[in-house]
Design a protein around this ligand. Sequence first.
Ligand code: NAD
Length: 324
Amino acid sequence: MALQIGIIGTGWFSKVHADILSNMDGVQVAAFVGTSQEKAARAVQGYASAKAYSNTEQMLDETKPDAVYICVPPFAHGEIESQLVQRGIPFLVEKPLGTNLATPRQILHGVKKAGLMTSAGYHFRYTDAAMKAAEMLESRKIGMALGYWMGDMPQVYWWRQQEGSGGQFIEQTTHMVDLLRCLLGEVDEVYAAFAHRAMKDIHEGVTVHDVGTVTLKLKSGAVATISNTCMLPESDMVGLAIYTEQGVIDIQPDKLIVKEKGRLTEIRNAANPYLRENEAFIHGLRTGDASGILSTYEDAVKTMEVTYAALRSAESGVPVKVGE
Ligand SMILES: NC(=O)c1ccc[n+]([C@@H]2O[C@H](COP(=O)([O-])OP(=O)(O)OC[C@H]3O[C@@H](n4cnc5c(N)ncnc54)[C@H](O)[C@@H]3O)[C@@H](O)[C@H]2O)c1
C-alpha cells in the first residue's frame, strides 16, 4: 500500500511539495486541508487520489495519513502540530516554525515525548553547494561569515504583518541563519538593528521592518553578520559567504563560488534540494532510518531561537544571549 500523505495548506508551497510527492513511487497525496472547503477543492485538482477538507481533525480521522506536510504561514502553527503529536503522526513542517519561540518549544516537548519523526523545510542544507561547503570547511579554519537576503516584499498578505510572518529575519532570512548554524555551529549572542525605511509608505498594512542587520557571536569564537532588506523592487542577492585562512566559500541558492589560491571556481547545483529533502523524509517513514533528514523540528527550534533573539535585540537595543 502506498504511503498516504495529508497536506495542510493550499498555497504555493503545498503544491511544490504535492508535485514532488505525487511523482514518487509508492506515495499518494491523500488530502489537502484548506481554510475553506472551496480552497481545498481547488487544491486537490490534478491529484487523483486526494480528498478536500476544511478541518484538520476530520482529515486525520477519515484519511488516517502515514504523515502530514504542514505548509501554512508562520502565524498558523501550533494547533496543527499539537494534533499530530497527540496522534503520533510524523510530519514535515515548512520553515519558520512560528512567529515566536513559546509555541515551537511547547510542540518540541511533545515531539520528543512521542519520539516522532519530523523534518523542517530548511532546503538549503540539501543543496550541492552547502554539502560541498561542509566538506571543504573540514580542512579550513573558519574566521567569519557574511549572510544576506536582499530582495523585494512577497505579495502574500500575511508576510507584511509582524504578527503574520514574524518579519523578514524570522520568515525568510532564517534560511541563512540555519545555514550558518549548520556550517559554523551554534550561535551564542546576537545584536540586531532593524528599521522601517520605505515599505510602510508604499504599501498599506505593512508592520514588518524592511531593513535589518544582525551581528552574531558564535560559540566557536567565529563571528558573522547577516543582513536583509525587503524594500527592493526586485530580488537582488541571497547567500552566505564564509571566510577562511584559505579564501572565500560563498554559498548561493544555485551554486557554490570558491575563491582560493588566486582562482575563482563556480560549482552549480546539479540536484534539486527540495526533492532530496522529500526523499529523505519519505525514506525515513518507510524504513525508520531518519539519518538522511538534515533538519528536524528539534534542530529548527534552535534556528528559531537565533532569529527570535535577533528580533528581541532589535526591539530592546541591547545584545541578547541565544536561548534565554
Ligand atoms: N522552504 C522554502 O523554500 C519555502 C518557499 C516558500 C514558502 N515556504 C514556507 O511555506 C509556508 C507557506 O508559504 P506559501 O508561500 O505556500 O504561502 P501561501 O500564503 O501561498 O499559502 C499558505 C496557505 O495556508 C493556508 N492556511 C493558513 N492557515 C491555515 C490553517 N490553520 N489550516 C489550513 N490551512 C491554512 C492558507 O489558506 C494558504 O492556502 C511559509 O511558512 C513559507 O515560509 C518555504
